[in-house]
Design a protein around this ligand. Structure first.
Ligand code: ADP
Length: 448
């Protein structure tokens, strides 16, 4: 897999490379220009020296040869006889064989060295036939011409500029991307802790840039979602409250009807009313419990409870329905297995799991409930050899009102049992997980 490269690094790399290319281009332009300017000035210099010597010679001033020999200002000039024989001035072995050319400054390259050469002819003093050739020569050393400062810029300032660009750029992008880290952290916190009240931290002095706006917008969206969830919880809570009394009345009246019913048909109808009322009443109790836990209103009495006793009570309460499917219920809890828990809530969670083991168990199957200590934690396992849960459903069974399929679910299943178990166990700061093999059985493991 490719190693991920952060946006910060990519941006920094991009403009550092761009900066590098830019600096190189600018340097080459400046270098080329200054080289050309230097050549021009060398040419001018040589022409000037040659012209001055020519003037002096043409005015027949005496001592011109001495001047050329001794004066610093004519150090690049030499004088030759018309046949090219050297007389006086700068003697340069390299250029001595280059033919003379009247009045044209030119660049000659000899053995890797560059020279500017300028020749001119002068009649010379009277009596001298053919006159003289005057030659000006100056060597052109490009490194020298570019100048020391250019070299210093290349060797020291460029790496320094690039380093500063990279560091400064990285620092600025890192700071600019801080809100993104905050957004990711908040999103992770919300999904890990299931706490929708968390918000993206925004520093009071934060700059109002695009990411700041994004954080503010996301916070507003989280406010809305939190409100909606609160409203939904409140609705569930209110609706279940409102339904509790009427359903109790229906149940009581149904039971009364069942008592006084004479004929078979009446009895059957009254029984149907009682069954359905019981089912709805159970559903309402579960919804109320879930709503109370959601809104942190559930009374929670943590005390030392004996798991042997709780498991026995749970099994006892489920014996009758187990017997109807000839399912055997076993318990395996070592004596003195004590846990810190709310007795009635834990009893209700374990009973629920046993009830599922029976509901989704095979005829003549079994359900085993075991408990043991894991250091200072307690492990409770409810395992059956029933129909099992297909793999693709296993993560969804904890969702409220989720049922695997309609075929396996009888009319008494609501899809709320496991979400209630999960809420109860999480209220204890514990975890509950399911392991299942389709067709072979299911195991629920609680750790509190
Ligand atoms: P329900 O009231 O439908 O039983 P639950 O929340 O208890 O709701 O269970 C959700 C779904 O998970 C059920 O519909 C059932 O299909 C599946 N399920 C739960 N426990 C078991 C089990 N022990 N064996 C097989 N399937 C199970």
């Amino acid at each position: 897999m490719k190693k991920p490269v952060s946006i910060k690094t990519r941006i920094t790399l991009w403009y550092t490379t761009l900066m590098f290319v830019l600096v190189l281009v600018v340097l080459f332009l400046i270098g080329g220009l200054s080289y050309q300017l230097s050549i021009d000035s060398v040419e001018k210099d040589v022409i000037l020296q040659v012209t001055q010597v020519k003037e002096k010679l043409s005015k027949r001033q005496p001592g011109v040869f001495e001047i050329v020999e001794s004066k610093e200002e004519f150090k690049n000039v030499s004088i030759y006889e018309p046949n090219g024989k050297y007389i006086v001035g700068q003697y340069n072995y390299d250029i001595v064989n280059i033919p003379f050319e009247e009045g044209i400054p030119r660049r000659e390259s000899i053995d890797g060295k560059d020279y500017i050469i300028y020749d001119t002819r002068t009649p010379g003093p009277p009596g001298m036939r053919g006159g003289f050739w005057i030659r000006g020569v100056e060597s052109v050393n490009s490194t020298m011409l570019l100048g020391r400062s250019a070299i210093i810029i290349m060797l020291i300032i460029i790496p320094l500029i690039l380093l500063l660009t990279a560091l400064g750029g990285y620092y600025i992008t890192k700071k600019a991307f801080n809100p993104v880290n905050n957004i990711v952290k908040t999103a992770n916190d919300i999904s890990a802790q299931k706490d929708i009240s968390k918000r993206i931290g925004i520093a009071p002095d934060a700059k109002e840039d695009e990411l700041h706006h994004l954080s503010v917008t996301l916070n507003k969206m989280l406010d809305k979602i939190e409100n909606l969830i609160k409203q939904e919880k409140q609705f569930t809570s209110d609706a279940s409250h409102e339904l509790r009394t009427p359903i109790s009345v229906i149940l009581a009246q149904g039971e009364y009807l069942l008592d006084i019913a004479k004929g078979e048909k009446e009895k059957e109808l009254a029984q149907a009313i009682v069954d359905k009322a019981n089912q709805v009443s159970k559903l309402i109790s579960r919804l109320l419990l879930l709503a109370r836990i959601d809104q942190n209103r559930q009374k929670f009495n943590k005390e030392k409870v004996d798991l042997g006793v709780i498991v026995d009570v749970a099994i006892e309460s489920m014996k009758e329905s187990a017997a109807q499917k000839e399912i055997l219920l076993f318990s395996n809890v070592p004596e003195g297995t004590i846990a810190d828990a709310d007795e009635s809530l834990l009893l209700s969670a374990i009973t629920n799991l046993i009830s599922n083991g029976i509901k989704y168990g095979k005829e003549s199957g079994r359900v085993l409930v075991s408990a043991s200590k894991l250091g200072d934690r307690t492990e409770i396992i409810v395992a059956d050899n029933g129909m099992g849960i297909p793999e693709e459903h296993i993560d969804k069974i904890w969702t409220r009102f989720y049922r695997v399929d309609d075929v396996r679910n009888d009319e008494y299943s609501s899809g709320l049992g496991l979400s209630m178990v999960k809420s109860i166990i999480e209220l204890h700061g514990g975890t509950v997980a399911a392991k299942s093999e389709f067709g072979k059985g299911t195991e629920f493991r609680i750790v509190i």
